[in-house]
Design a protein around this ligand. Structure first.
Ligand code: ATP
Length: 509
């Protein structure tokens, strides 16, 4: 995968109505995007797939939908007002702004790339006899690079853990990191930058109360803990799930919908008895990976990456990383958050945030396992894993989105072979019958081959074609997007076939 592929996916997403730059007629707004007609369908289907897997299929998980605005003390309690910062640095020549930690991360990635190059060269040289593990463990140059990576990572983690901005700057100087734009090393000092957007409540200047746009949806769940406990008849262990917008004033946001300033999260907080959290952490890791894998993309697109440096509230944390066109990056976080959030809200609000456990007859603040996935990142993962350019036997190429049928924006297209002889009327009849249960698209414009290509390009798994034979025996052809095979079936069988293909149990179980 490559930059080139990423560019193709980005422009395909725009050309076919998935994702547009925000306010484009005014030249766009950086790191903010709008979803088009196919995008909103795909996005809604991803939400549904998550929501059903979490809420509908778990008796002990309920949903909420909290407001984006929250009392400002929420963010004091959660630690965001004081600590939701990224270290930023400016290059004085290019006037470009960077995340200081990411400049070091990029430097590390370059050293890692040198290791991989040595390994590739050796594999070529030694052929079948190549023992990769031994080579990595013993080759002097590889060893030297690996030691450099360890040393730099140690310094970086120390600087971040101790909030030592001077040490971070010193590391950038020591590594002689240059600005990719200007090529110079003329850097400012490193400064902390809070990622929360501020706004104000109320019209009277001066007396207005400062509010934040929420930077995560999780706190809406924590502050409603007592409400849900009282009204939903849930018993520990239980979860609260939510899908909603979050806002972060990201310092750099250059990767399309991977890093946005306004985005959507799908989060679930699972409340457990203290001491059992590791069992539940492992269980949620497994369940969430199963959910990703249920979509049928290749297994090697996913990996776990445990956090080396834990956030102040966590006692274990891992990311499910996905191989995006620009490399493996975080798609979902699974965190064991201890009782940090509920305890802090208890302190700051003066209200008890506790659970009486009828089994142990004890009252305690529950521990929490969180699963947190970015909806937009999931959207990008689906797009990039689905996008394919294929050379066909007739010498032409087709672009096809192999979107899992359960997520496809349009599930079936209904196409009259020609625009005459009563075929459009017959096709309309079939369309009208299917539209109650499925997202259907009717299309009669252009030659049939071009219409198939259009459906391939938006990932429609099935196309039903109505031809002259349909008028006599009520059969149609059903074309499969992936195999391009067509089979002749009775028109009355279409709903049954689609229902089988879109059966949630078949996908998730
Ligand atoms: P990153 O390290 O990439 O900034 P994070 O560790 O800050 O992410 P979390 O706070 O754990 O992310 O948020 C949970 C999920 O929300 C992430 O796994 C990601 O999918 C999504 N997410 C976070 N920030 C953004 C963003 N700026 N744009 C889109 N999705 C995001």
């Amino acid at each position: 995968m490559s930059d080139d592929l990423f560019k193709k996916i980005t422009s395909h997403a725009k050309e076919y109505g998935f994702v547009y730059p925000s306010s484009e007629i005014y030249d766009g707004l950086s790191a903010v995007y709008d979803y088009g007609p196919n995008g909103v369908l795909l996005k809604n289907n991803i939400k549904q797939y998550w929501w059903k897997a979490m809420v509908q299929l778990h008796e002990n998980i309920v949903g909420i939908d909290a407001a984006i605005f929250m009392h400002p003390t929420v963010w004091k309690a959660s630690g965001h007002t004081d600590a939701f910062n990224d270290p930023l640095i400016d290059n004085k020549d290019s006037k470009k702004r960077y995340r200081a930690d990411q400049l070091v991360e990029d430097h590390l990635a370059k050293i890692q790339a040198k290791i991989e190059k040595e390994v590739r060269k050796a594999r070529k040289r030694f052929g079948d006899a190549f023992d990769e593990a031994k080579f990595r463990a013993e080759h002097p140059r590889v060893q030297k690079y690996a030691a450099q990576i360890d040393e730099i990572s140690r310094k970086l983690n120390n600087a971040l853990a101790n909030n030592d901005l001077a040490a971070l700057k010193a590391l950038i100087d020591e590594l002689e990191i240059a600005d990719p734009v200007s090529g110079t090393r003329n850097w400012t000092d490193v400064k902390q930058f809070n990622l929360m957007f501020q706004t104000q409540l109320g019209a009277v200047a001066g007396s207005a109360q400062h509010l934040y746009l929420r930077p995560e949806t999780a706190q809406g769940i924590f502050v409603n803990f007592n409400n849900v406990l009282k009204t939903a008849r849930v018993k520990i262990p239980f979860g609260i799930a939510q899908i909603g917008k979050a806002f972060r004033n990201e310092i750099i946001a250059r990767q399309f919908i991977f890093r946005m300033r306004e985005f959507e999260q799908m989060e679930m907080q699972f409340f457990v008895r203290p001491g059992t959290e590791m069992k539940w952490y492992e269980s949620w890791k497994e369940k969430r990976m199963h959910w990703h894998r249920s979509l049928g993309f290749p297994a090697d697109l996913y990996r776990f990456k445990d956090h080396e440096q834990l956030a102040h509230y966590a006692n274990a944390a891992t990311d499910i990383e996905f191989r995006f066109p620009f490399g493996f990056k975080e798609l979902e976080g699974i965190h064991s958050r201890t009782d940090f959030d509920l305890r802090r809200h208890e302190e700051f609000s003066g209200r008890k945030m506790r659970y009486f456990d009828p089994e142990t007859r004890e009252t305690y603040i529950p521990y929490v396992i969180e699963t947190s996935i970015g909806l937009d990142r999931m959207f990008l993962a689906v797009l990039s894993a689905s996008y394919a350019e294929e050379s066909l036997d007739d010498g032409s190429t087709r672009i096809v989105l192999r979107i899992p049928a359960i997520l496809a924006p349009v599930q079936v297209a209904v196409l009259p072979l020609v625009k005459k002889d009563g075929l459009p009327e017959k096709a309309r009849e079939i369309f009208d019958r299917l539209k109650w249960d499925f997202q259907v698209q009717y299309d009669e414009k252009d030659a049939i081959g071009r219409r198939y290509r259009r459906q391939d390009a938006i990932g429609t798994p099935y196309a039903v074609t109505v031809d002259h034979q349909t008028l006599t025996d009520n059969t149609v052809t059903l074309r499969n997007r992936d195999t391009m095979q067509q089979e002749r079936i009775p028109a009355d069988d279409i709903p049954h076939i689609l229902n089988q293909r879109l059966n949630l149990k078949a996908w998730l179980d």
